[in-house]
Design a protein around this ligand. Structure first.
Ligand SMILES: [Zn+2]
Length: 444
């Protein structure tokens, strides 16, 4: 018998080919998966054994676009008319203190872990040192970015930054937190959106991100004003502007990607950018993406929650929403009942997420040598079982709340839906206290 740190036994496993292997074991040493195989042939022993009977083990999910600093806005954005950005988001986010961002970060990571998310990619927030501390404590894997912008109307003085300040603040975050939390944290550059970044800032982000070899996360092709700004100022579309400034490359990870022309999609494919859709947020503001056309070009697409906009972080729900809206808009139009297959959708959720985090060689597979980021789903429930195809039901019926256990970087962070790293009761109490304080202070 060989000793390992965590041993999951008698569990169904989602294979890298998106099939189900029954009655498997998964052995974890340190932060890696060291063996997967038939349980009857398991030669491992461990002090921490998780019984997987009635459960499915799958790679932990990647929330490819989340705003950890917007969490205390929950419930405040429904039925609002434009401009939500200027009337609510800017006054709210710009007023947050370090402590409030820390609590907001903890609430986000608590909810992410309870939703089966093991990696969160931050869209860019305030006081990210505080959010980084929250990420380290929670045990989650995270890509952190700062909200980066040096131009635009309606930005209060407290939030205005020069291009140099934008760069130096991200570099301070990189210096202090890249690789922190036993390697769980990455720090990247961000562009809030093209219209919020001056040409000098775009040039600096391109140069410094290349030197450090880190990703650049951006909102792209999200709304009409952005396209209009690019056409007016550069006579180019957004992706062409990024190309001009040396930002259209394989380190670009862009969210939304709805308003794309055929040529835009070709350029995204050529430059190797990684995309992520935020289906619910897109439907409210921007429309339905041309997902089949993007996939046909070989572009990788992950799924993001866009944070507070939808109140929950259920990426299974986001995937279903994408499936049905794309089917209704692009399948019905050509009488094609299968414009996105179940395996294409699963591949977006898992592989597309791993690619969005720029970690596809380390996460997104339950396979020997990969990092131990694994979630267990309780299959023995009437909305899932019995089924002729668990793969199909994974997309059609499983919910975030069906996730019972979560292992991140080889540590058990949730057991039977109890998050072991965070004090849920205290976080909810503190978050409500700070929420009241923020709304008594700002006028939105
Ligand atoms: Zn966003």
């Amino acid at each position: 018998m060989q000793k390992c740190d965590i041993l999951v036994r008698n569990v169904r496993v989602l294979t890298p080919q998106y099939d189900i292997a029954d009655d498997q074991y998964i052995a974890i040493c340190d932060n890696k998966i060291v063996a997967v195989g038939n349980d009857s042939q398991c030669l491992f022993a461990s002090d921490t054994v998780i019984r997987g009977n009635g459960k499915l083990a799958m790679p932990g999910l990647v929330d490819s676009h989340v705003h950890a600093c917007q969490y205390l806005l929950r419930g405040r954005l429904a039925d609002e008319y434009p401009m939500v950005w200027t009337r609510i988001l800017v006054p709210f986010e710009s007023s947050l203190t370090e402590r409030e961002c820390y609590i907001s970060g903890k609430l986000t990571y608590l909810q992410q872990i309870k939703s089966g998310i093991t990696t969160g990619i931050e869209a860019g927030g305030n006081h990210m040192h505080s959010v980084a501390e929250a990420a380290i404590e929670s045990g989650i894997r995270a890509v952190l970015t700062r909200s980066t912008m040096d131009q635009g109307a309606f930005i209060p003085a407290s939030w205005q930054q020069t291009a140099n300040e934008c760069i130096s603040r991200t570099e301070a975050l990189y210096r202090d937190y890249n690789g922190a939390g036993d390697g769980r944290l990455q720090v990247w550059y961000a562009m809030r959106q093209i219209m919020s970044c001056s040409p000098a800032l775009l040039e600096a982000i391109a140069a410094r991100s290349a030197e450090l070899g880190v990703g650049v996360h951006a909102h792209l092709a999200e709304h009409k004003d952005e396209i209009s700004y690019c056409l007016q100022n550069f006579k180019k579309r957004p992706i062409e502007v990024l190309e001009q400034f040396g930002l259209a490359n394989e380190r670009l990870v862009c969210a939304h990607n709805v308003l794309l022309s055929e040529r835009d999609m070709d350029l995204l494919a050529q430059c190797g950018a990684r995309l992520c859709h935020c289906p619910r947020a897109n439907l409210g503001n921007h429309g339905i993406p041309k997902t089949p056309a993007l996939l046909n070009r070989g572009i990788s697409i992950g799924i993001g929650s866009d944070g507070a906009s939808g109140c929950n972080l259920d990426l299974f729900e986001e995937l279903r929403l994408l499936r049905f809206t794309v089917q209704a808009s692009q399948g019905l139009a050509i009488f094609d009942p299968v414009v996105l297959t179940i395996k294409e959708l699963l591949n977006m959720l898992i592989w597309g997420g791993a690619r969005a985090a720029r970690m596809e060689d380390r996460i997104g597979r339950i396979q020997e040598g990969y990092l131990a980021d694994i979630i267990l789903i309780n299959v023995m429930q009437p909305h899932i079982w019995p089924t002729s195809s668990l793969i199909n039901v994974l997309v059609e019926g499983v919910r975030a709340s069906d996730v019972t256990d979560s292992i991140i970087n080889g540590k058990v962070v949730m057991r039977n839906r109890e998050v072991l790293t965070l004090d849920e009761e205290k976080i909810l109490h503190d978050a409500e206290t700070y929420r009241q304080e923020i709304f008594s202070r700002i006028n939105v």
